[in-house]
Design a protein around this ligand. Structure first.
Ligand code: ADP
Length: 364
């Protein structure tokens, strides 16, 4: 117990020192006080057993050898007869070997138990993960079915109106054409997202770099998205006139557009959506921030997983693929994406991209 206390508090070195000190104390006690000499030598077994139990096997072997040496010295100093001497030494040796074997077996059993507990924990975690993935997939299928049905139903309604096209007033015709166009855009986006997700899942997602200006690109996307909302103020902020580099600009536009769409979608009460662009050394930084509902800290890790929807209410629609694709686009550019968010206050998504001047990566 004392050795254990010291092993825990001061480490193995102190525990070893205590065990060796005990051996020395036994020698002194035997020489000074023991009236019958022989029985007290059994005490040499105590530090051996303590060392085997509480310090490493190598140190315990050392303590065993020292205890045997002290026991022999004890016998020599006190003039014990040779038979008793041999008996005591053999007994100590046996105690030492048994203690070491016992300690070794105990340590192995402890290691095995720990390994088993670890495997058990891993298995439980995997089962929970696969259950979670299964649930998300089922939810995702339901969302895809729903997102397919909406535009299809709309198109089917509009096509019925085509049979009496000539009798329709011009404004209704315009509404029908716009409605069909919108539904087709929704279907195209849906099929593109599914295709992208399947390519990312199969590690076949690729980008095509060409030269473009990120300032013009961001301005254009912000301008486009302004037409989609009347309750948000979309702001573009940059000190730069141009930021040229080789990117897959369609894909960057898709990523930034997606972040702006989310910023709008997840700030239903309106507010400011800001896109900031700056150059930091040889990197471009694009920030998209909103004043929306925000994300709980424990949900941040799940954001970029496929089919991951944190807001499952029917009022905000989505398939949970957007950020998964955004991250793939950013990572294909060897960049990073990070999030800072506060529930009820808003979120900021930051894309950090290395600016390459050549379409191909420089030779290492
Ligand atoms: P979707 O919007 O289609 O559900 P995303 O992959 O774009 O899928 O987003 C995943 C989840 O991350 C969303 O369901 C939403 O809960 C959360 N999220 C994304 N952007 C924001 C944001 N700007 N503010 C709050 N939550 C967000």
């Amino acid at each position: 117990m004392i050795t254990n206390f010291f092993a825990g508090r001061f480490g193995r070195a102190s525990a070893l020192a205590i065990a060796l000190l005990t051996v020395a104390v036994i020698l002194v006690v035997d020489l000074c006080f023991s009236p019958r000499r022989v029985p007290i030598r059994i005490l040499y077994a105590i530090p051996i057993m303590l060392a085997a139990r509480f310090v490493g096997l190598r140190e315990a072997t050392l303590v065993t050898l020292v205890a045997i040496a002290f026991s022999l010295l004890d016998g020599w100093l006190t003039g014990i007869d040779i038979q008793t001497e041999i008996l005591a030494t053999v007994a100590l040796g046996v105690v030492g070997v048994l203690s070491l074997l016992w300690a070794r077996a105990e340590r192995r059993a402890a290691a095995l138990a720990e390994e088993r507990a670890g495997l058990h924990q891993q298995a439980r975690q995997r089962a929970a993960e696969s259950e979670d993935a299964r649930e998300r997939l089922l939810h995702f299928f339901a969302l895809v079915a729903h997102d397919l049905r909406n535009p299809l139903t709309a198109i089917s309604g509009y096509t019925q109106m085509l049979s009496r096209w000539d009798s329709l007033p011009p404004e209704t015709r315009e509404r029908v054409v716009k409605g069909i166009q919108l539904s087709l855009r929704q279907l195209t986006r849906l099929s593109n997202d599914l295709l992208d997700a399947s390519r990312i899942g199969a590690s076949r997602f690729e980008i095509q770099r060409y030269r473009c200006d990120l300032v013009a690109l961001c301005r254009e996307i912000v301008g486009q998205r302004r037409t989609t909302t009347s309750v948000h103020r979309l702001v573009m902020e940059t000190q730069l006139d141009r930021l040229e580099g080789c990117f897959d600009c369609d894909r960057i536009a898709q990523a930034v557009g997606n972040l702006i769409d989310n910023a709008i979608k997840y700030s239903p009460a309106g507010g400011e959506v800001k896109v900031r662009l700056e150059r930091v050394g040889d990197r471009a930084r694009i920030e998209v921030s909103d004043q929306g509902i925000g994300i709980a800290p424990e949900d941040i890790d799940k954001l970029f997983q496929p089919y991951s929807r944190l807001h499952r209410g029917p009022e905000i629609r989505g398939m949970g693929l957007g950020l998964y694709i955004v991250r793939a686009i950013v990572e294909a550019h060897e960049g990073t994406i990070t999030v800072q968010s506060q529930l009820g206050k808003g979120s900021t998504f930051t894309i950090d991209l290395p600016v390459r001047t050549q379409p191909a990566a420089p030779e290492a």
